[in-house]
Ligand binder design. Structure first.
Ligand SMILES: [Zn+2]
Length: 325
């Protein structure tokens, strides 16, 4: 205790020309001073250690955050690209749905035309789309789709596909009905005298009132005459059964075919008859040869069409060439 209470004097001699400095310190201060300095130094070291550790943790967190942000940005970019691709596909699907609708309109119109050809009552084609596009110039600024537009487009496209499916369901029975009607039309066509009975198209006398070539008087001509060469083939104007194949003084060698439904055709002044009574002949089949037998001024075919026993003008019946009955 005495030592602690003792006073110590420190002398500082700076230079020979300057005065000497003296400090008096107690023993207690001399002991406490180094301890305090040591404690302060220890605190400073600890502080710096903690600070450097904290800095290291902060750096790690910063790096992790930067990596996460980068990953997030990449993910975002991928998602955006994916969404853009989906939108492109959606627009494509929508265009395809429109194209399908347009095709359905075309099919419906074709079906309607088919019905007209087959002589079936036609209704207006099913209205599918009031506005359709055709190929041609396009342009304008390309803008990204707003989010709600995408949703609207999905709903619209889905509805379009559903509509097209419904229309397809509706058109199938219509087409089946039309097919039956066309088959029936073809059958009727087959027994209707619509083709030229000769290769020659040289009409020398028409149906109706005419001047008789022998007497010069006005007479009724019951058919029409087609000039040609002796031996030219004479064709059945429709499917049917031969009901007459004879030689007559006035009519010459002649053939008559019954086509059913009250329709029959007659071929006069033949050079030769090939078909016999009872023969079933097909449309376009050769039934005789052109000639000038009977009351005739030269080689020609007198061709008649009669309905329920009454002769009619054959010309309106001739709709097509022989090779395209
Ligand atoms: Zn005649």
């Amino acid at each position: 205790m005495n030592w602690l209470s003792k006073k110590f004097t420190f002398v500082i001699i700076p230079d020979a020309n300057q005065s000497v400095q003296r400090f008096r310190l107690s023993g207690l201060i001399i002991i406490l001073l180094p301890i305090t300095i040591a404690l302060l130094a220890a605190c400073a070291i600890l502080f710096f250690l903690l600070l450097s550790r904290h800095a290291s943790v902060t750096d790690t967190l910063k790096n992790q955050l930067a990596a996460s942000a980068l990953q997030y940005e990449q993910q975002l970019s991928e998602n955006e690209s994916h969404i853009s691709e989906l939108q492109t596909n959606l627009v494509l699907f929508s265009e395809q749905a429109h194209a399908m609708e347009n095709k359905m309109v075309e099919i419906s119109e074709l079906e309607s035309q088919l019905k007209q050809l087959a002589g079936i009552d036609t209704k207006a084609p099913v209205s599918i789309s009031s506005l359709s596009t055709v190929e041609g110039g396009q342009g304008g600024e390309e803008l990204p789709l707003p989010e709600e537009a995408g949703t609207d487009l999905i709903l619209e496209t889905s509805k379009q596909y559903a509509d097209v499916l419904q229309q397809m369901d509706a058109i199938i029975p219509q087409l089946q009905h039309t097919k039956k009607a066309v088959v029936s039309y073809q059958e009727i066509l087959q027994i209707t005298p619509t083709i030229w009975p000769t290769d020659s198209r040289k009409v020398t006398s028409l149906f109706g009132i005419r001047t008789d070539p022998f007497t010069g008087r006005a007479t009724y001509h019951s058919g029409f005459d087609i000039g040609g060469n002796t031996g030219d083939p004479i064709y059945a104007a429709a499917d049917g059964i031969v009901t007459l194949s004879e030689r007559d003084r006035v009519l010459g060698i002649n053939v008559m075919i019954d086509h059913g439904r009250g329709i029959s055709t007659r071929y006069l002044h033949l050079h030769k008859n090939i078909a016999e009574v009872g023969d079933k002949v097909k449309k376009g089949q050769v039934i005789g040869e052109l000639g000038s037998t009977g009351r005739s001024t030269g080689p020609h075919l007198h061709y008649e069409v009669s309905i329920n026993g009454k002769n009619v003008d054959p010309v309106p019946y001739i709709k097509a060439d022989r090779k395209e009955p």
